[in-house]
Design a protein around this ligand. Structure first.
Ligand SMILES: [Fe+2]
Ligand SMILES: [Fe+2]
Length: 485
């Protein structure tokens, strides 16, 4: 019996030791391992049509209940809902394709609208219609979805609110102005503390509009004070709602806002810190590429912050085998000299896949992960293809391409160009203005001819503007070394 007990004890000790050893190795491999699974997106997929149908039905029921059951009310509300939905579809069908094709984004869009109408009903019933958070929900839609959808929310929600508030024009105009003022300034909101400015702006807009209606004789003195108070309080209410709902929606629906991008661009962030300490060559290349990408995105009115942060992270996959990438070969020894071209190709391709895996582990947002995955598109590795040709004429260029996908957005295309232009210009020994211009033009033309932009909505005019911007930014970076000839 004693012998059996001793055996069992030894077995448990060996098992625990093995587990401890395994945990220690895993921790050494990845100090921060957090799955970036959003609570919603990868678990449940609600079809776009079902979300829209549910929202329309819910809103219709809310309106019918508010106005009282009756066939005339039901027909009137059906006309109203049809008008709003048609307006929404007409404005988003072509211009917001990316959002409409994303199930999670559509669920979020519907949910925001329903919560906004419900919150209005509660505030109207128990406090005042002037407390209605139209501006707060419009801003959330603008930040989490797009500015266009934010404006559509402002107009539609103001109409809803006015209709539910006995069709009063003053409440429509007050809500519309508050929403428009905020949504048109959405790009200036980069930190959570900016929500306070936003709340103040909403309060000022509401006070201004309420005062206007007072001077037009719409309210008596006591009604004016009442509306003024709740109009101002609406600003504070908006701050609370945004602080509560924004982080929740960002997390649950995996949406990337400017606030999230600012957080991701912080160099205290563990992944960027690792890049800085473990692969300084790639880190420096990424910083330069980020400057180039940011200016180019600005030039064509794309999200420059997304371009900057995308470029910071585009090569994080090089953390795995840094010595195989030129910018990290300080000793001058190139390990590819000891490998076959096929092997070198596999190592290069793997930095894209490793980047995606690492970004997911460190909870980096999907938009950045897409940029990492698309930053080489299906471009070819000419150096290794030519090396393969030296060993035999049967080498095929198609076998020496990255596995893609190609850039799907203008920002991803910009990061791709910035990456290549930075790497090419860095290797120019004597960088004259002419050489930089030639290198940038050649890179952009070759990528275009190679069909790398066939899956993103970039135009020839955009490419011209991007080219000029990249030339001037790179000249600015290397200005101390440039001989202008
Ligand atoms: Fe890369
Ligand atoms: Fe790169």
């Amino acid at each position: 019996m004693d012998n059996l007990f001793e055996k069992l004890k030894n077995w448990i000790r060996a098992f625990l030791l093995r587990v401890a050893r395994k945990l220690r190795t895993d921790a050494r491999k990845d100090p921060v391992v957090r799955e970036s699974k959003s609570l919603f997106s990868r678990e449940i997929k609600i079809p776009v049509f079902a979300s829209l149908l549910f929202t329309v039905a819910a809103l219709y029921c809310m309106l019918v209940i508010a106005f009282g059951l009756g066939w005339n009310v039901m027909v009137a509300m059906a006309i109203f809902i049809t008008a709003i939905v048609s307006f929404f579809i007409a404005q988003t069908k072509n211009k917001e394709k990316v959002i409409l094709e994303d199930n999670d984004a559509v669920v979020l869009m519907c949910l925001l609208f329903i919560i906004a109408v419900l919150t209005f009903q509660i505030s109207r019933e128990y406090v005042s219609p002037f407390l209605s958070p139209v501006a707060a929900f419009s801003l959330m839609a603008a930040m989490l979805l797009s500015s266009r959808i934010g404006i559509l929310y402002t107009v539609s929600l103001s109409l809803f609110v006015a209709l539910l508030n006995d069709m009063q024009f003053d409440i429509f105009l007050v809500m519309l102005c508050g929403g428009v003022v905020i949504v048109t300034n959405v790009q200036s909101i980069c930190r959570r503390s900016d929500f306070i400015n936003t709340g103040v702006k909403i309060a000022i807009a509401n006070i201004a509009m309420t005062t206007m209606f007072y001077f037009l004789g719409s309210y008596g003195s006591s009604q004016f004070k009442y509306n003024l108070f709740y109009g101002a309080l609406n600003g504070a209410f908006a701050i609370v709602l945004m602080l509560v709902f924004m982080p929740l929606f960002e997390k649950v629906f995996s949406r990337t806002t400017n606030i999230k991008l600012i957080e991701l661009s912080d160099f205290n962030n563990l992944l960027l810190k690792r890049l800085m300490l473990e692969v300084p060559g790639t880190y420096h290349h990424s910083i330069m590429a980020a400057d180039i990408a940011e200016q180019a995105a600005n030039a064509i009115n794309e999200n420059s912050l997304l371009a900057r942060v995308g470029a910071y992270y585009h090569d994080i996959g090089k953390l795995r085998n840094p010595q195989y990438f030129m910018e990290n070969q300080i000793s001058g020894h190139n390990p590819h000299d000891d490998l076959t071209p096929e092997m070198s190709k596999l190592i290069l391709i793997s930095h894209v896949k490793d980047g995606i895996v690492l970004a997911r582990k460190y909870n980096v947002d999907n938009e950045i992960i897409n940029i990492i995955g698309q930053h080489h598109g299906t471009t070819s590795m000419h150096v290794f293809y030519h090396r393969a040709l030296e060993s035999g004429p049967n080498a095929n260029i198609e076998n020496f391409r990255y596995s893609g996908p190609k850039p799907a957005t203008k920002v991803a295309a910009i990061v791709m160009m910035a990456d290549s232009c930075e790497a090419a210009c860095r290797s120019i020994e004597d960088p004259t203005a002419l050489r930089i211009k030639d290198a940038v033009e050649k890179i952009i033309n070759n990528k275009f001819i190679d069909g790398q932009f066939s899956e993103c909505p970039i135009t020839l005019r955009d490419l011209e503007i991007i080219r000029d911007s990249m030339i001037s930014t790179i000249m600015g970076i290397y200005h101390a070394r440039i001989d202008y000839k």
